[in-house]
Design a protein around this ligand. Structure first.
Ligand code: TRP
Ligand code: ZN
Length: 464
């Protein structure tokens, strides 16, 4: 289901398993060692963990509106990359009540946001295991490196969990790096009358003793930053107006303003499928909240989250992410332009095809910005720090790169490139060089100068 680990594309200092062929590895491969803390992401060194890959998260949360707390169990089905004496999970705040590995109690140690589990018996290489962590408490809101809020956010009548780049550790322990994607089943129990919304399809809904539990199933691999839960007064709209099954969760306070959203979701999903290739997931949709004062939307898988009814263009951006970011996922946070540059260019294409400015007009508007503008503060494929992964160059200069590519190779080849990209890397992880190599191959010409100029060179290019 998943492509092989991309960890080897990242610096391998902490990962003896990644030593290139021919290098002398001192330890025999079957000697169990502690799994690394961090996967070596240059911008987020603490995120993710070495030694294993998660295949499935089974999360079960009981939400208590009185104090906003949760009581939860995370069942993590994973596979070792190598023999492990212990391993880490990323986890923030909440109180851990216990942990088992394959049914046997494990030793728990916490340092900062690392939760280290030591099994009673070492785990062999290339072996499936199940870790279960039980925990409770009031999940926290985190401030991410660019200053915006993520993690667990309170809303007027509930909460919403948003995890880009590292907020998911505020509500469940996991391998919180986009290079480790997994399937999910999430059950949330709420007082009867409230609704809990998550990714994928609602597979079960049950009311007993004044509480309702909602179970959501995500079969396709999902990066943990795309996992979400929204709790409150929502209605689930399943008007299937397009070719992909859809569920739009609309907060009752937004019912009027969001009236058009279900038909837009259908139209935009089908538009994307025509342009980018088959829609990558078994359902589409959106969640329209009423609330927390965040100033962004998030492309939570299959069901992008908006804190109020979106306009059409924001919907285009977040639904385009389902191909670019959610299905084809960067293996490193440095490569965020593969998400944001593409989703932004999707907006330009939508406008061009719907009586708006042409992509060339939009490109020209950005290119006209003075060289002192933030747009030119760093090259899109080389964000210098964690806070820059959501910076202007990642979005707009990333989109400009795609526009220059399109002008250079022509519309037909550009379209083939996009469709080959989403097909070859469907549900996988990628790096920028995967994209530039693919472009060169499909176009049959040397595009290195174009990418060098637009993706890697500091400052405003002197010519478009
Ligand atoms: N991905 C969001 C969007 O579609 C924006 C965003 C929120 C973001 N948090 C982030 C981007 C962290 C990069 C890093 O626009
Ligand atoms: Zn985006």
């Amino acid at each position: 289901m998943r492509r092989p680990s991309l960890l080897c594309a990242l610096p391998c200092l902490l990962l003896p398993a990644c030593a290139p062929a021919g290098t002398t590895v001192v330890r025999p491969a079957d000697t169990a060692t502690a799994g690394a803390k961090g996967v070596g992401d240059p911008l987020f060194p603490a995120m993710g963990n070495g030694g294993y890959q998660v295949e499935h998260y089974g999360l079960s949360l009981t939400y208590e509106p009185k104090d906003g707390g949760i009581t939860a169990t995370a069942e993590i089905g994973a596979r070792t990359d190598r023999a492990l004496s212990s391993f880490s999970l990323d986890f923030h705040g909440l109180q851990v009540d216990g942990a088992t590995i394959d049914g046997t109690p494990a030793t728990v140690a916490r340092t900062g946001d690392a939760l280290r589990l030591t099994p009673a018996k070492e785990l062999a290489a290339d072996t499936a295991f199940t870790a279960v962590v039980t925990y409770h408490g009031a999940p926290e809101t985190l401030t991410d490196p660019d200053g915006s809020q993520e993690g667990w956010l309170k809303t007027p009548d509930g909460a919403v969990a948003l995890g880009e780049p590292n907020g998911s550790m505020a509500w469940f322990p996991g391998n919180h790096h986009p290079s480790d994607k997994a399937a999910y089943d999430l059950t949330v129990s709420v007082p009867e009358g409230m609704t809990a919304v998550s990714n994928g399809e609602l597979s079960k809904q049950q009311t007993a003793n004044g509480r309702t539990s909602f179970t959501w199933h995500t079969a396709e691999p999902m990066a943990s930053y795309l996992a979400t839960v929204a709790i409150g007064s929502f209605t689930l709209d399943r008007t299937a107006a397009g070719t992909v099954p859809q569920t739009v969760a609309i907060h009752t306070a937004q019912a009027q303003r969001a009236a058009d959203v279900p038909s837009w979701v259908a139209a935009v999903t089908d538009w994307g499928a025509r342009l980018f290739g088959p829609y990558p997931f078994s359902s589409t949709g959106a969640t329209i909240g009423s609330g927390p004062s965040i100033d962004y939307a998030l492309e939570t898988q299959t069901r992008p989250y908006f804190n109020h009814a979106p306009d059409e263009i924001s919907l285009v951006h977040e639904i385009a992410h389902q191909w670019f970011g959610d299905s084809v996922t960067p293996g490193s946070w440095q490569d965020m332009w593969l998400n944001e540059g593409f989703a932004t260019y999707a907006e330009w294409l939508w406008q061009e095809q719907h009586a708006g400015p042409t992509a060339a007009d939009t490109f020209a508007e950005y290119y006209a910005l003075p060289k002192t503008d933030d747009l030119w503060s760093f090259p899109p494929a080389k964000p210098p720090s964690a806070e820059d992964v959501s910076g202007d160059p990642v979005y707009y200069r990333g989109a400009m790169t795609l526009h220059r590519l399109r002008e250079t190779v022509g519309d037909a080849t550009f379209s083939t490139i996009l469709r080959t990209w989403t097909t070859d890397h469907r549900h996988g992880n990628v790096r920028t060089t995967d994209f530039t190599d693919l472009c060169t191959k499909v176009a049959g010409k040397d595009l290195a100068p174009l990418f060098q100029k637009w993706l890697y060179t500091s400052g405003k290019p002197t010519t478009p």
